[in-house]
Design a protein around this ligand. Structure first.
Ligand code: GLN
Length: 543
């Protein structure tokens, strides 16, 4: 059986458990071990696909079609490997499985109860992932904060697993230490309370990662050690850091990797983190900003601005910019603001390139179409992703082909020219209200047309990219679009669907029906993002 490390959060959410999990994995990978990870989300939703991005953040998609939490994206980026639906657990998923098993008489007449059947199902999923991926370690990140009613069944799974396999299971508590501005001192009491709470669940953390604005000093470490019953060397300092990818290296300063291995009585194998540290020093040496604007609508939450909804897009921009030693400067601009005030479009000239990301529903789409028109006419590099491609086609149809009624039936079901349409199988799903997990999802093949920007970028003919959408370019309009100069540079030949479009005589006007951002890695930036950033840099240098 693989070694299992449970990672849980104390005090409050949003303190970067996902990055801590990814960093622990990266460190162990650097010591020569194979790693996989499981994200547990304590909500009832069976997957993340039905949630609003402002509520949940980005919905990440795996090759095998799972719509899941953005942390799976973090794992893929840190570990440079592909994850699958086995790597994701929600309360809804576990209950669904247990209920289906019960219906199939798999419990052989027993009374099926929350404890132990639900935690047992979680444990068997964890063991299965470790076995199927042949991993030395399975990291299990439990979403939410200890003490919440919602994630109790998952803490139970951690406790029961430790009881069964005491030498193969560790628990890490990621806790928060506030520094109230009125006192100016780092406080340990909330962390002490968090530890008491997991103690009540029968778990003693083996390691505490202390998140705070500053590093933990010896006074704080001693206090935590005494009150939380933990060796001082097992308290790891995790101050705020402007570069998430650097955190594994910071943890290594506190010897986190060796502490974990010694607890498992394991020895490191003959490798190191040098590829990763080279990446970090490259990032740190990146100068000269490249300024990119994302035209979105999932930014506002009350009086706060969130960037979580577009995290993979943001990371993909960074990876590509760093590969040219450039410093990415990313701004979010509200799509709707361009509907209210056309004069505002001029501000787009302040950027080296524009991204129109994915989205749902009609709010903001006319603003995005205006942005696309402005970028096309003024030769500003523009990259459309999913909805971004659908809107680029609508803009081109309306303003170049003269089809004034062109629209997507998602935005206007009764439009005269449904240039973006829904496929028959999707129509019947929606009629039956079958929304969950039914979009065109996951990896699909695509053939690249020679002599295009796409061909130059990918350098291979057959690619595979991840999708998440219901609507498609209506093939009835392909001919007129092509006649007017739109190039269909990526085609899914099996389904006869257009996956990439571009136009000529423009520095970069390209859009994809898929989401290339999901496959970009810091060590392997996505080819299309690289081409886009490269034309942004060229444009900036010309200025
Ligand atoms: N709303 C569009 C569709 O469902 C685009 C989805 C997206 O951008 N991910 O087809």
């Amino acid at each position: 059986m693989s070694r299992v490390i449970f990672i849980m959060g104390g005090v409050m959410s949003g303190i970067g458990k996902g990055i801590v999990t990814s960093s622990i994995g990266k460190i162990l990978q650097g010591k020569g071990f194979t790693i996989t990870a499981v994200k547990i989300d304590p909500y009832i939703n069976v997957d993340a696909g039905t949630m609003n991005p402002v509520e949940h953040g980005e919905v990440f998609v795996t090759d095998d079609s799972l719509e899941c939490d953005q942390d799976i994206g973090n794992y893929e980026r840190f570990f440079s490997s592909d994850f699958s639906s086995d790597n994701y657990i929600t309360t809804g998923r576990v209950y669904l499985k247990v209920i289906n098993k019960e219906r199939n008489l798999e419990y052989k007449g027993k009374c099926v109860e929350v404890i132990p059947h639900i935690p047992n199902e979680v444990i068997s999923q964890i063991k299965k992932v470790g076995k199927n991926t042949k991993s030395d370690f399975v990291l299990v990140e439990i979403g939410g904060t200890v003490g919440e009613y919602q994630n109790f069944i998952f803490l139970e799974a951690a406790r029961m697993m430790k009881l069964k396999f005491p030498k193969k299971v560790l628990s890490v508590l990621v806790s928060y230490l506030p520094v109230p501005s009125t006192i100016g001192e780092m406080k340990t009491k909330p962390t002490q309370a968090a530890v008491r709470t997991i103690n009540e669940a029968g778990i003693q953390p083996d390691i505490i990662v202390g998140r705070s604005v500053f590093p933990l000093d010896i006074v704080r470490k001693k206090k935590i050690s005494i009150f939380c019953n933990i060796d001082i060397d097992d308290i790891i300092s995790a101050p705020d850091c402007d570069l998430a990818y650097e955190i594994p290296l910071n943890f290594e300063k506190d010897n986190l990797g060796d502490r974990i291995l010694s607890k498992f009585k394991m020895k490191k194998r003959n490798t190191d983190l040098s590829e990763w540290s080279n990446l970090i020093s490259k990032i740190r040496r990146s100068k000269n900003p490249v300024k990119i604007a994302i035209i979105g609508k999932y930014f506002e939450s009350g009086s706060f601005t969130l960037s979580d909804s577009y995290i993979s897009v943001i990371e993909a921009i960074k990876h590509a910019a760093w590969s040219f030693f450039k410093k990415p400067e990313i701004r979010w601009l509200s799509a709707e603001s361009y509907e209210e005030d056309k004069n505002k479009l001029k501000e787009l000239r302040d950027y080296d390139g524009i991204i129109v990301p994915g989205g749902f529903g009609s709010r903001g789409t006319e603003g995005k179409i205006e942005v696309i028109r402005y970028c096309r006419e003024n030769k500003i590099p523009i990259f459309g992703l999913c909805l971004g491609m659908q809107l680029a086609i609508i803009e081109f149809a309306r303003n170049i082909c003269g089809i004034s009624g062109a629209n997507s039936i998602e935005m206007d079901p009764s439009c005269s020219d449904p240039i973006i349409n829904i496929m028959e199988d999707q129509k019947s799903l929606l009629k039956k209200n079958q929304y969950g997990g039914t979009m065109r999802l996951g990896a699909h093949p695509c053939t690249i047309k020679a002599g295009t920007i796409s061909a130059k970028s990918y350098k291979i003919k057959n690619i595979s990219e991840r999708h998440r959408h219901r609507y498609e370019l209506n093939n009835d309009y392909r001919e007129i679009l092509e006649k007017n100069g739109m190039i269909m540079s990526g085609i899914n030949s099996k389904k006869n669907l257009v996956e990439i479009i571009e136009i000529k005589d423009h520095p970069f006007f390209l859009a994809t029906q898929f989401h290339p951002e999901f496959k970009s890695r810091p060590t392997a930036p996505h080819p299309l993002f690289k081409s886009f950033i490269s034309s942004c840099i060229k444009k900036r240098d010309k200025k």
